[in-house]
Design a protein around this ligand. Structure first.
Ligand code: SF4
Length: 279
């Protein structure tokens, strides 16, 4: 089995997120076992009166359920820790998105873990599972989806939906993103919220999305877009939420290089201003 690319997989920033996720997963397993034990023990007497075999049948059913859940959790844990696609990473992503995020939010609340910490951990796990699938796509099927808060607050040019009106003045990260989209030939769209983001995805029909947003928007975007693979990159908010936010362009470019087919990377346009290039 191939290892996912090191550039996005081995970063120290992911490790604490993995630990939070795995910790919450362990707590969830203990709680689940306790709940099943209570559900088995409480009606024990009543069931024995109906038939002496009923508690055994229920016990075997609960045990099978427990074994299934533990196998699923073990598979997920190994995929996350090893960063390798052991089995069914696509299906596992579905389980994480549909079942574990809401469950982990509840367990996180019980354990005093903030919503944003749970969401960050969910995004890291989602990314790990997307990387484990070793997806490669052509530039026309890859979409960079950005939040509107990246745009400089005084910029007069309308860039929602399409960024063609950006003058690339350099006052905000949109310039760098436009340049990346031109360099790699991928689509770039800016959304003001979930509704517009959904519309853009429906219209452009990408096979894969690299999305930038805050914890809340990225988590809901990943959930809304499932089964479409979304690789999430968190923005930074030095000026507070939703205002002149920033994104690490190197990370966006690393993601592009990870998910684009090799031919899209070898066909890159040669910059005229590169050393040795003709004027
Ligand atoms: S880079 Fe584009 S979007 Fe950003 S401030 Fe300049 S013109 Fe506006």
């Amino acid at each position: 089995m191939d290892e996912p690319p090191k550039i996005l997989n081995g970063g120290n920033s992911i490790r604490p997120q993995k630990r939070i996720f795995l910790g919450l997963l362990a707590v969830t397993c203990v709680l689940f076992t306790a709940i099943l034990a209570v559900l088995w023990y409480v009606p024990y007497v009543g069931l024995s009166n109906l038939s002496p075999r009923l508690p055994l049948i229920l016990g075997v059913f609960f045990l099978a359920l427990l074994v299934l859940v533990f196998m699923l959790v073990a598979m997920l844990g190994f995929t996350v820790v090893l960063g390798r696609d052991l089995f069914f990473s696509k299906r596992l992503r579905g389980v994480v998105i549909k079942l574990l995020l809401p469950l982990m939010s509840g367990v996180g609340k019980l354990c005093g873990v903030s919503k944003d910490q749970v969401r960050r951990s969910f995004i890291a796990i989602n990314n790990q599972l997307v990387l484990a699938q070793h997806l490669k796509t052509t530039p026309d099927k890859l979409l960079l989806l950005m939040p509107h808060c990246l745009q400089f607050h005084e910029c007069q040019f309308r860039i929602t939906g399409s960024v063609v009106h950006c003058k690339k003045c350099g006052k905000c990260p949109i310039k760098g993103l436009v340049e990346l989209s031109e360099k790699y030939g991928v689509g770039l769209a800016v959304a003001t919220g979930g509704t517009l983001a959904r519309r853009i995805v429906v219209e452009r029909r990408p096979k894969m999305i690299i999305a930038v947003a805050c914890e809340r928007d990225l988590s809901s975007g990943i959930q809304d877009s499932y089964p479409l693979p979304v690789f999430g990159i968190l923005n930074s908010r030095p000026n507070g939420p939703c205002y002149d936010t920033l994104v690490n362009l190197e990370r966006v470019e690393e993601a592009l290089q990870t998910f684009l087919v090799a031919s899209a990377l070898t066909d890159l346009p040669i910059k005229n201003d590169s050393p040795g290039a003709e004027a």
